[in-house]
Design a protein around this ligand. Structure first.
Ligand code: MTE
Ligand code: HPA
Ligand code: MOS
Length: 738
């Protein structure tokens, strides 16, 4: 069953429109519809909030402000630093001020605009630069160092500069939504589109002022999460639950696309200041790197995001003497949050730009510089945070890709093309990926599962992971079918519920299959052990017969399973340890054409070679690799998040925010799984996590553009190309180099 390219368990339902999302669930009689009233200022004291006109509006049944909340007013997942409903102070434009329930969605949304709010404006801090200058942070800054920074001054060559990478909107197809259904004795059932049902349960219970046990959160599937529903589904669930409590009726809160984009956090954009020292061959001798991210008004997950940026600013390269400092800037913008890669892409962006800059300075092929800096034999096999690499396969993998993508010949062809083409320049680049698998927050690396066997031989499968399109459920079902030795069709996948598996971690950090798959395996092994005596007596009987025999002999046919990742450890105080159970690897070659007059670019060809270990499901993995790559390309080339100086999000709808579409896929698009791939760790049949790492393969697209733009000038300076490399950014870089 494992290793088969089975389709996603909901594939047929997805295309037929039969897969149920929260908004498709049958509504209990009397269901009300909710909307949030949002701040129109980014930073202000609230002098007066008058919701009387909202209350008086047609169809309105209930209105709640912070003053009406029965208990906690908090949505902060790590620190209690962000209210569900703001009262005295607003800290970003779009911050919820009140919640309204009405008899229709239309009426609720209309009423939400009728509040009279008097603001006393305060100066907003919008950019990273402003926050850095004011030393305004959501969390203390962090630092990791190794070696001797005197190597920087001693190096023969030096480069320094400031880099930028952009934010990114998640643009999940299904927006944020929750349906709260009140029960008896204060019980509340919440259907939420969340990657983290347990956290929603806890925050809803705290807001209602009831024990966690009274709140059940259920998630059958999300129409995409991408990190945007790791923490930020909570406010919608809380508002729906509070209004449900206030009215005694079911309440559904589904936000429209604009409000979703304005009201939810994005990928952290970063600025980087670096100083790098290197030798004649391009080998790094020292790196001094400062990372600063735009976190918005609260901490949310910014602690862990910046940590991952710090731990991934090596990518595949050995940094002998290094200092990395990271700042989490507090701004009057929506709280930035998890986004596929979780700081990893941002960390890698910096070092890949530095590699490209070094190659340009020395007039070397960037691939040769990259290879020269790869981790290698001891002592060059230890990361700057102290983890020893066990299976650094990038040299072989890159060699293989170089051959398959015909890198050297095509580099020459691009050079020849550019020599004869003044207005269209081509670029070709190969970039690698090394991505650490495990939550950096240690307690999150655990999972539970629940498996029932019925006497007809069918299997009920439940675990703590959530399905967001990534194929987690089919992979875990394959594992269960394999362990029990039954057909996949016998395994019935069921919705994630805090009532079935408690105290779960978010489905994030790409670890869904690893931890839930192992937990489900654990449950299956227990069941198999219980069935073993009956199998022994009856070797040829069907699975159903064995299960029935066990039932008649009064043997329990239900088991929980549990897994926690062994061995990992990390000390944030010294910033040393081995936080990752293993690493996933990959590499990509991209070829682009850039129009020198308009700044437009096109991806002409991409070749991806990715290590999913011994793949559990090559069809699903291929989908993750291609999808992740295209999503990363969006981040680096076209998706531009813009706030104005007052903190207003200008890119608040598909009209002003461009994500890649089918037509942006390259006409030649090769995706290969690394056939020799095998996890060094004995986990889920030696497969590897695949959800996030391929996003970073898209660095090759940015660097292909970098090369093409670089070809417009003979300068040996780094190409001043900001990310995303929109036509505007490309033109800016071309003009700056003239
Ligand atoms: N794939 C799809 N189709 N939709 C998603 O929302 N989220 C990504 C990735 N792939 C996502 C996706 C993110 S951010 C993560 S962390 C992983 O899937 C989570 O799932 P996994 O741990 O099961 O891989
Ligand atoms: N990745 C994703 N989500 C997380 C992490 C992480 O490393 N740590 C805490 N939440
Ligand atoms: Mo993914 S950013 O870890 O939800």
């Amino acid at each position: 069953m494992i290793r088969e390219p089975l389709p996603h368990d909901s594939a047929a339902l997805h295309v037929a429109g039969e897969a149920r999302y929260v908004d498709d669930l049958p509504e209990p009689p009397g269901t009300l519809y909710a909307a949030l009233g949002m701040s129109s200022q980014a930073h202000a004291r609230i002098r007066r909030l008058d919701v009387a006109p909202v209350r008086a509006a047609q169809g309105v049944i209930a209105v709640l402000t912070a003053a009406d909340l029965p208990a906690a007013n908090n949505i902060g997942p790590v620190l209690p630093d962000e209210p569900a409903l703001a009262s005295e102070l607003v800290q970003f434009r779009g911050q919820p001020l009140f919640a309204v329930a009405a008899s229709s969605v239309e009426l609720a949304r209309r009423a939400a605009r009728l509040a009279q709010v008097e603001y006393e404006p305060l100066a907003p801090v919008v950019t990273v630069e402003q926050a850095l200058e004011k030393k305004q942070f959501v969390l203390p800054s962090a630092r990791v160092a190794r070696g001797d920074m005197a190597a920087l001054g001693a190096a023969k060559h030096r480069l320094q500069g400031r880099l930028r990478s952009g934010a990114q909107e998640h643009f999940y197809l299904e927006g944020q939504v929750a349906l709260a259904i009140p029960g008896e004795r204060g019980e509340m059932l919440v259907h939420s589109s969340t990657q983290h049902p347990t956290e929603v349960q806890h925050l809803v219970a705290a807001a209602l002022g009831v024990p966690d046990a009274l709140v059940t959160v259920e998630v059958r599937r999300m129409g995409g999460g991408f990190g945007g529903k790791e923490t930020q589904a909570a406010v919608y669930a809380i508002a729906a639950a509070l209004l449900s409590r206030a009215t005694g009726r079911a309440v559904k809160l589904r936000v429209d696309r604009d409000d979703d984009m304005v009201g939810t956090g994005k990928r952290h954009d970063f600025i980087y200041d670096y100083r790098a020292g290197f030798d004649d061959t391009g080998r790094l001798e020292a790196l001094d790197l400062m990372l600063a991210s735009r976190c918005g008004l609260s901490a949310d997950l910014s602690g862990a995001v910046n940590d991952r940026a710090m731990s991934h600013c090596d990518n595949g390269y050995f940094l002998p003497n290094v200092t990395v400092e990271s700042h989490r800037c507090k701004t009057n913008t929506v709280s930035a949050t998890a986004f596929r890669g979780f700081g990893g892409p941002q960390g890698m962006f910096a070092i890949e730009s530095i590699m490209a800059g070094i190659a340009r300075r020395l007039d070397l092929d960037p691939l040769d510089v990259r290879k020269r800096n790869f981790y290698g034999a001891a002592p060059r096999n230890v990361t700057h945070y102290g983890q020893t690499l066990q299976d650094f396969i990038l040299p072989e993998l890159v060699e293989e890709l170089e051959r398959r993508a015909d890198y050297r010949r095509r580099r020459d062809a691009v050079k020849a093309f550019n020599a004869a083409s003044p207005l269209v320049k081509k670029g070709l680049a190969l970039t690698p990926v090394k991505f650490g698998i495990s939550f950096t927050a240690l307690p999150m690396n655990q999972a539970g599962a629940l498996v029932h066997l019925y006497t007809d031989g069918s299997v009920h499968l439940n675990h703590g992971g959530t399905e967001m399109g990534q194929g987690l459920f089919i992979k875990v079902a394959q594992i269960v079918a394999e362990e029990l030795g039954v057909e996949i069709g016998r395994v019935h996948i069921t919705a994630t519920s805090t009532g079935k598996v408690p105290n779960t971690s978010p489905t994030a950090a790409s670890s869904g299959t690893d931890v839930n798959g192992e937990a489900a395996r654990d449950a299956c092994r227990k069941l198999k052990a219980r069935l073993a005596p009956f199998r022994e007596k009856n070797p040829d009987a069907s699975f159903a017969q064995i299960v029935r025999d066990a039932y008649f002999a009064r043997v329990s046919l239900s088991a929980t399973g549990y897994w926690r990742t062994p061995e990992i450890h990390f000390d944030r105080a010294t910033w040393k340890g081995s936080p990752f159970f293993y690493y996933a690897y990959g590499a990509a070659v991209s070829e682009v054409a850039v129009d020198v007059l308009t700044g437009e670019s096109r991806l002409l060809r991409a070749d991806l070679l990715h290590d999913a270990g011994r793949s559990l499901n090559p069809a699903i993995d291929r989908g993750q690799i291609e999808g992740g790559f295209i999503q990363g390309m969006g981040w680096l080339t076209m998706e531009e998040v813009v706030w104005d100086a007052k903190g207003t999000l200008l890119t608040h709808a598909p009209s002003t925010y461009k994500i890649p579409v089918a037509g942006d896929c390259p006409p030649v698009f090769n995706t290969w799984l690394w056939e020799r791939g095998e996890n060094v760790r004995d986990i889920v049949y030696r497969s590897k996590a695949v959800g996030e790492p391929p996003l970073m393969l898209a660095l090759s697209v940015y660097h292909a553009i970098y090369e093409a733009v670089g070809a417009t000038s003979a300068s040996r300076e780094p190409v001043p190309l900001e990310a995303p490399a929109t036509p505007e950014a490309i033109l800016k870089a071309i003009h700056a180099m003239r």
